[in-house]
Design a protein around this ligand. Structure first.
Ligand code: DQA
Length: 144
């Protein structure tokens, strides 16, 4: 089973970015946690980050036929991007939406996700553990 972890804008700054909201764990450390758990679960993961909306669209398009599941933290594009939502719907690769923070308990503009309706489900509010829960959720979809 192959799982693509896709990270959107500013997630490359985790560790120093608003630590009160996002914690002090870097994206590289999260990736290491995910890779460690994936090895134990016997699944293959690819882990990427981009600050560019179009690049995220392209990566989602290219995931078709290559990955079984996408685990997506689309960052601020969650709340703005019809293009990323359409890419998920168009490619049909089962996608799990994840966030470090609980977007529903934050500013009103973060409480709407363009991704939610085209994703299998959403995990948010567990900090770096949202990534591990996203991995577990992806594995649970195997063969479905
Ligand atoms: C985020 C939540 C978004 O609202 C924000 O723009 C991010 C990070 C999260 O993981 O909590 O960049 O996706």
């Amino acid at each position: 089973m192959k799982i693509l972890f896709l990270n959107g804008p500013n997630l490359n700054l985790l560790g120093t970015r608003e630590p009160g909201v996002y914690g002090q764990t870097t994206l590289a450390q999260i990736e290491a946690l995910v890779r460690d758990r994936a090895a134990k679960l016997g699944v293959t993961v690819e882990f990427t980050q981009s600050n560019h909306e179009g690049e995220l669209v392209t990566l989602i398009q290219q995931a078709r036929g290559k990955y079984d599941v996408i685990v997506l933290n689309s960052g601020a594009y969650t709340h703005t991007s019809v293009a990323i939502r359409d890419a998920i719907a168009a490619t049909g690769v089962p996608t799990i939406e994840i966030h470090l923070s609980n977007i529903h308990a934050r500013e009103e503009f973060r409480q709407h996700s363009f991704m939610a309706a085209v994703c299998v489900g959403q995990i948010c509010g567990f900090g770096p553990n949202s990534y591990l829960l996203g991995l577990e959720a992806a594995v649970s979809l195997n063969g479905k």
